[in-house]
Design a protein around this ligand. Structure first.
Ligand code: OSB
Ligand code: MG
Length: 382
């Protein structure tokens, strides 16, 4: 196996910029339709945003936590607490980002909170340098593949209609949520109607090993992968299940960082990893995991947390990094929101690709009047 230089060495050497005002802003955006999973149904997006101001320049970042701990243990309230009381006090202008990363490691877990600060700083540095974020990450621009995540639907007809819309928009792959009792027949309905699409399922941890026989029935549908079939905290049992299934297992919830990815790969618990930059602690850890996986033939893709245009843009820039060979959960803004807080919205081109927003940093413009319209809390920390 190659031992190539770290993909984040140059980023780790960057000095932490001096930051003036720091604000935490909570916004609430209604979804165009409820988003159902095996763990919860969300009807809107409550996002914790961080605003950094430095010498007349403003940089935003988005925490990917939800207000509730149903997908992940962090919540918007715990993230606010950790950012405010433990992470921001470690900020020191002039130290290297790698040094800050090291200081953050003393705080165990809370990757979503860490990612909010780290991504905000990287965005700020990119804006100050006048370069797009992907360029700061050392990566050339490219067209990004698209993927839609379709929530649990009331009826198979609703599901088929949603898949049909995705196919018409030319999405590169379609993911459908499943849960116990809403799986094999629903997948068959989609497969019968769309025999050739790249299709995958996500169970959000709804099954146990006792369901192995049922899960094996999914093998006949030529799925790209099954995402997180077993418990949100499990790696070992997934390795047992993977030996029993033809379909590739993809881990989401149980990978919190590079060490978990290494464990999962060593055990053969998955053949694919969903990297949510927030869940693993930010862009730098995402790049480390993606490189690690690429060197071992494990595919990775960028997951989503139905982010606003801020987090959505972060995920787009991340996908220029080495290793992101599979289409991720990066969909059009309109699949979640009628009106987002940032412009331009994400739209697919005629071949289903997504262009990287042009301009320094994230490349999207955060619209102050839309933030004000959607804000439910605004806290100036300094
Ligand atoms: O499991 O990937 C998941 C959304 C919220 C919480 C968990 C998940 C999801 C998605 C949507 O599947 C991904 C997206 O479109 O952003
Ligand atoms: Mg998932």
């Amino acid at each position: 196996m190659m031992n190539s230089p770290s993909p984040t060495a140059a980023l780790e050497a960057l000095p932490v910029p001096k930051v003036g005002h720091i604000d935490l802003v909570t916004v609430k955006l209604p979804f165009v339709a409820p988003f159902g999973t095996s763990v919860h149904v969300w009807t809107d997006k409550e996002a914790l945003l961080m605003r950094l101001e430095s010498g007349g320049v403003t940089a935003w970042s988005e925490c990917v936590s939800d207000p509730d701990p149903f997908y992940f243990y962090e919540t918007n309230a715990t993230a606010r607490h950790i950012i405010k009381d433990f992470l921001l006090p470690l900020l020191e202008p002039g130290i290297a980002l790698g040094e800050l990363d090291g200081r953050f490691r003393r705080v165990r877990g809370h990757g979503m909170a860490k990612a909010t600060v780290e991504n905000g700083l990287l965005n700020l540095i990119a804006i100050q340098k006048g370069v797009p974020l992907h360029e700061l990450l050392g990566r050339p621009a490219k067209k990004i593949m698209s993927g839609l995540s379709i929530g649990l639907k009331e009826t198979p007809a609703d599901l088929l209609a949603a898949v049909e819309r995705a196919v018409d928009r030319k999405y590169h792959r379609v993911k459908m949520k499943i849960k116990k009792g809403q799986d094999v027949d629903w997948v068959r309905a989609v497969r019968d109607r769309f025999p050739d699409i790249r299709l995958m399922v996500d169970a959000n941890g709804d099954y146990s090993l006792a369901d192995a026989a049922r899960l094996r029935r999914l093998d006949e549908f030529g799925l790209m992968m099954i995402e997180q079939p077993l418990s949100y905290s499990d790696i070992y049992e997934h390795s047992l299940l993977q030996k029993e299934m033809k379909t590739a297992i993809c881990l989401d919830e149980s990978v919190h960082g590079l060490a978990d990815a290494a464990t999962a790969i060593a055990l053969g618990a998955c053949r694919i990893i969903n990297i949510k930059q927030g869940r693993v602690g930010g862009l730098m850890e995402s790049m480390r995991i993606a490189r690690f996986c690429a060197e071992r033939g494990v595919g990775v893709w960028s997951g989503g947390m139905d982010e606003t245009g801020i987090g959505r843009a972060v995920n787009i820039h991340l996908q220029t990094a080495e290793g992101f060979t599979l289409p991720g959960d990066t969909s059009e803004t309109s699949s979640y929101f009628d009106e987002d807080i940032a412009d331009p919205p994400v739209v697919l081109d005629a071949e289903g690709f997504i262009g990287i927003p042009a301009g320094p940093g994230l490349g999207v413009r955060v619209m102050p009047e839309r933030i004000l319209k959607r804000a439910t809390a605004w806290e100036r920390l300094r």
